[in-house]
Design a protein around this ligand. Structure first.
Ligand SMILES: *Cc1c(COP(=O)(O)O)cnc(C)c1O
Length: 393
């Protein structure tokens, strides 16, 4: 099979160290080898989060992609209480859809995709309703917008609710200060900014909150966080058969990140995003979200008029480059370029040169079809605002 450069927010091109790690010896997950492996992974995850009072936090690892960790949180933390989902995109929508299945009292504050939350509106909502848990996506991958953890964490704290966060696409690239942002539980996965293979996810949480989970009636068996916590605490194991080779790879990915240094790693990903963004700006492309609000893992770009996202994606694939198409209300309007995983600066330059060629070819084809005389530059596409601000309870 041909090698592809994955300019996506995940899955990513993995490092050679991980290809070696995944082929380690066969071990049994009910033996001390696995206990040590899991303990090592947990220790490294807590180091990745740079938690100061680390004895107050624990991390459980789940065999399943990021959605499994989110569903574990949403099915295990709320009990009979009320949860408020804050959504401004596809993944916030998924949190809502999942919560509705598990929690009768699911509230929703929904903004159009790619639009920032209105903090006073959230504060007012929390003062008028009895809410026990608030859930939000940190990096809304559908738009590339980073939602403000500290500010929303403070509002949630003032209301007395628990704050739970989907950090699937930001952990490993952006700092998440669980203590300062008042986060009770955060989810993430192996295959995004951590740079490992897909198939594992994890939940980091305050020990005090993990302990309280046993008081809630279980709404799932496989994804019950209380069970994961009990097995971790009592045996350093997982409740069911884990995907052991993926644990070896995740352990290696975390080792690599920690030996580089967490902050250095964040800075390196950001520098790569800057290289990519500067290059795309030179091609007269413009971005969906203000750069100040963007996560450093991914850039969401307006497709130039006369070019279809589908053709652009196919054209790039012919040169072994994989990008994402916008989904939902962004379909045919934007494309997304990730910059995580094993991509070098040379790969970024190759991407920019190829993007330029493919766009020029597609625009020339369109010009031949439409009119022989074309303006030098098309105006940027303006996205329609998808839906009115909606508050549903
Ligand atoms: C990728 C992603 C998920 C999880 O998706 P999976 O299909 O389970 O990998 C959840 N939330 C966000 C923000 C994501 O980017």
């Amino acid at each position: 099979m041909d090698k592809h450069l994955l300019f996506t927010p995940g899955p990513v091109n993995v490092a050679e160290t991980l290809r070696t790690a995944i082929c380690k010896e066969d071990i049994c997950h009910r033996e001390t080898d696995f206990d040590a492996l899991l303990a090592g992974i947990e220790h490294k995850i807590l180091s990745l989060f740079q938690i100061r009072n680390r004895e107050r936090y624990r991390a459980v690892v789940i065999t399943g992609s990021g959605t499994a960790a989110n569903e574990a949180i949403l099915s295990s933390v709320v009990g009979d209480g009320a949860i408020l989902i804050l959504s401004n995109g596809e993944f916030g929508g998924r949190l809502h859809k999942t919560s509705v299945i598990h929690n009768k009292k699911t509230h929703l504050i929904e903004m159009p995709w790619g639009i920032a939350f209105d903090l006073p509106q959230i504060a007012t909502y929390l003062s008028k309703h009895k809410i026990d848990v608030v859930a939000m996506v940190h990096h809304e991958t559908c738009s590339g917008m980073l939602n403000p953890l500290a500010q929303i964490g403070a509002l949630v704290k003032a209301s007395g609710a628990l704050f739970v966060v989907d950090g699937v696409s930001s952990v490993g690239a952006e700092a998440i200060d669980m203590e300062a942002c008042n986060i009770a539980f955060v989810s993430s996965s192996s295959s995004k900014a951590l740079g490992s293979y897909p198939g594992l996810s994890f939940v980091v949480g305050r020990k005090k909150q993990f302990k309280r989970l046993k008081h809630h009636a279980a709404k799932t068996t496989y994804l019950n966080l209380a069970t994961f916590y009990a097995f971790l605490k009592n045996h350093n194991q997982t409740p069911n058969t884990p995907a052991v080779p993926l644990f070896f790879a995740l352990d290696q990915a975390l080792t690599d990140i920690l030996s580089e240094g967490v902050l250095k790693r964040h800075a390196r990903i950001k520098a790569r995003a800057d290289l990519l963004r500067n290059g795309m700006r030179r091609l007269n492309l413009d971005f969906l979200v203000d750069e100040a609000d963007m996560c450093s893992v991914l850039t969401t770009v307006h497709i130039p008029a006369s070019v279809s996202v589908h053709d652009l994606r196919a054209g790039l694939r012919d040169h072994s480059i994989i990008i994402y198409e916008g989904k939902g209300c962004f379909a045919d309007k934007v494309f997304q370029v990730g910059n995580i995983g094993e991509l070098s600066d040379d790969d970024i330059r190759y991407f920019l040169a190829t993007l330029k060629d493919v766009l020029l070819t597609l625009q020339a084809d369109a010009a031949d079809l439409v009119t022989p005389v074309r303006p030098k530059q098309e105006p940027p596409t303006v996205l329609p605002v998808p839906a009115d601000l909606r508050v549903v309870s």
